[in-house]
Ligand binder design. Sequence first.
Ligand code: ANZ
Length: 870
Amino acid sequence: MSSYSPEKIETKWQQYWQENKTFKTPEDHDKPKYYVLDMFPYPSGSGLHVGHPEGYTATDILARYKRMNGFNVLHPIGWDAFGLPAEQYAVKTGTHPRDTTQKNIDRFREQLQSLGFSYDWDREVNTTDPDYYKWTQWIFLKLYEKGLAYEDDVPVNWCPELGTVLANEEVIDGKSEVGGYPVVKKPMRQWVLKITEYADRLLEGLDDLDWPKSTKEMQRNWIGKSIGAEIDFEIADYDESLRVFTTRPDTIFGATYMVLAPEHDLVDTITEDDQKEAVEAYREEAARKSDLERTELSDEKTGVFTGAYAVNPVNGEEIPIWVADYVLATYGTGAIMAVPGQDERDWEFAEKFDLPIIRTVEPPEDFDGKAYTGEGKTINSDFLNGLDVPEAKKKIIEWLEEHNAGTKAVNYKLRDWLFSRQRYWGEPFPIIHVDGEPKPVSKDGLPVTLPEMDDFEPTDDGNPPLAKAEDWVNTTDLETGKPAKRETNTMPQWAGSCWYYLRYCSPHFEEGPVDPDEEKYWMPVDMYVGGAEHSVLHLLYARFWHKVLYDCGVVSTKEPFQRLVHQGMILGEMEFTGFKKDGKWIDYETVENLSDEELGGPGVYTEKVKLDKSDVEKRGDDFVIEGTDVTVDAKAHKMSKSRGNVVNPDDIVEQYGADSMRLYEMFMGPLEQVKPWSTKDVDGVYRFLSRVWRLIIDEKSGELNESVQDTEPSKEQLKALHKCIKKVTEDVEDLSFNTAISAMMIFINEANKWDEHPKALLESFMKLLSPFAPHISEELWSRLGHEQSIAYVDWPEFKEKYLISDTQMYPIQVNGKVRGEIYVPRDKAKDKEYVLSEAKAVENVERYLEEGKLVKEIFVPERIVNLVVK
Ligand code: ANZ
């Protein structure tokens, strides 16, 4: 073999790693540990997409780098393999989801192995394996024992098309996140997890995590803690009172009307007869809208008057009670005091229905808006007048508590977690029903495995497919001998991913989900890399379970993921479109800024022309038609089948090899940035690797090049190498992989100019390259004469001394202007007399000295010489 051929060396090394179990995690707990984790994939039918190797290469570089730096590294992978697609496929084709899943897993594994990732394959986990989900069920029972799992009849998001209930998070704009099918509300018996009990701890825990700011903020908003008060308003002529939640109790003197959510219990009681019809019609209308539609700020406000009045506890004033759908039944108390002066939604409503508006906070003088939501002095508010908002809040709460009319209150947006699905392909609940009451299956009864079935459709009345497995459903309570029925719901896909990172610590442990000693050593995860789409759900649910397990004494850590990084999405290739009018090219900006009419009518005089990459050139931030100044529209789009811009990683690996694929995905740009794909640039990194190859291997003979010798590296060579070591080391630590690769390219360009290539120098370079491009590095390392894998050799140490050159340059100024420069030997660099005499001898400087009189000599060691001449 003479030229660089990845197809030959890559399989060879993959086999070597597998046969030698090179990446088996060492048992040695004396070394410092590094746990680097990927979000495990859902093994879909379409195989890996180019987004997977992006995060996976980044973590693999870190894993390999840390091993070479003496760390004990845990770098595992597994499969998040329950889920809807395999079940839908089963309904369509009759293929059991287990078979589909197994096939997909095998394909994924093969693809990951073909990319040379250094996973410990002995620790693979699979959420659908009964040995795994036994512990998912065990954890559920812990939640149940702690009163954190309960059954409830809840109005749920029922998706008839999918035959299942969806969590709020899985419904977007009234449609299912998967498939986009319509979703309606329907009351159903469901399992619910009390995540709300952990709301405060989930908030507090965020403070110490090294996570992207935006992700923490999303979790904070999702939990949505609001501090305020609950206030009771008597209802005139009724023996009832109305409780509202407000974050602005200080504005109570400005409450000019009240609003009940259409679903509020009091609506029926207090609506006056002549208003009943209107209220009823309004309620029906509201039921058809989603929460999102109802609370949209921009939408026209709607509502009806009930005919009843509430009494403001602070001043006894009677204010009308309305029903309006911008108030949600599911938040706070489902009722509000409306303060149009300080709340935008209330202002709009008051304007529309001609209700009074009273400001209770003085807006700044130049304020010309409507509702004023800012800070300021309280006005029109009796005993609160003159106070700033926070003081006024404090004082009114004291007053309300004294007068038994209200209390301080906290509210969360976070709801309890709807934890059951009407599906087959999920974890069965370890629950039986005896006399209609739920009862946990005893620990020896775990795992409760899925029954064999070949019909995966839900029953016509919406019961889960498991209800059809009668032999399985009907069982006996082993404790009492009574007949019992198994729970037929299954857990949602989130369940298995809530704790998989723990299983990796001791995947074969039989006494519990995780071996406590291993957990103590490995946890928390030091680096977790995955998509930003998991900012809330998976990452919040896993934190919740982890905290419950902490409370149960199963884990010793309060948080699972210390550091989190999201890789940026990889878009399709850039697409270029030029525009023509009357047969002539016109600037893209012109097209963008002119209306169709101005352009001569839609599509009549303008013509869109799809352009090839080779038709355009980059000019500053724009792209122009080659050889002209005419700008074009240049955009990259999300990869999608319908757009036809999907890049298949297998094709790239086949054409260029895994090392080029890895290197390219890291070279595209900063890890966290969104970036367009460019196959042309894969070619670039391939050429770089070929250059590395040719530097060491003689293409004709296939032997080491003659220039590769056991000689001492020169100072110049050491300087180039250590520059590279410094940069690559710092950049890997900062996850700045693209710039690390640039530094290696610079080194190779330099090295190509040298006649001799000392072995030691090349070996150091191969070490630097090895986490990025492990196959070529192993191959060249072995050809340089090593029998052991490069994976565990020490990372090259950076030595500052090689960067300092042998001479010191001094600029020589005369009267503050540079007139020349000198180079002095390093050992004389601080010798004032020597430097000054050399400086004065510079021809150009000498001239000035002859012309005038030297009055002052300024010498700054290792910096500069300045001579003042008059
Ligand atoms: C009076 C008031 C005056 C309010 C003011 C705001 C500004 P967050 O921050 O989201 O918790 N609210 C309470 N329950 C509601 C419900 N079920 N549906 C819709 N809106 C509801 O917001 C709390 C504020 O949202 C509460 O404070 C209430 O309006 C409204 F100058 O009460 B406020």
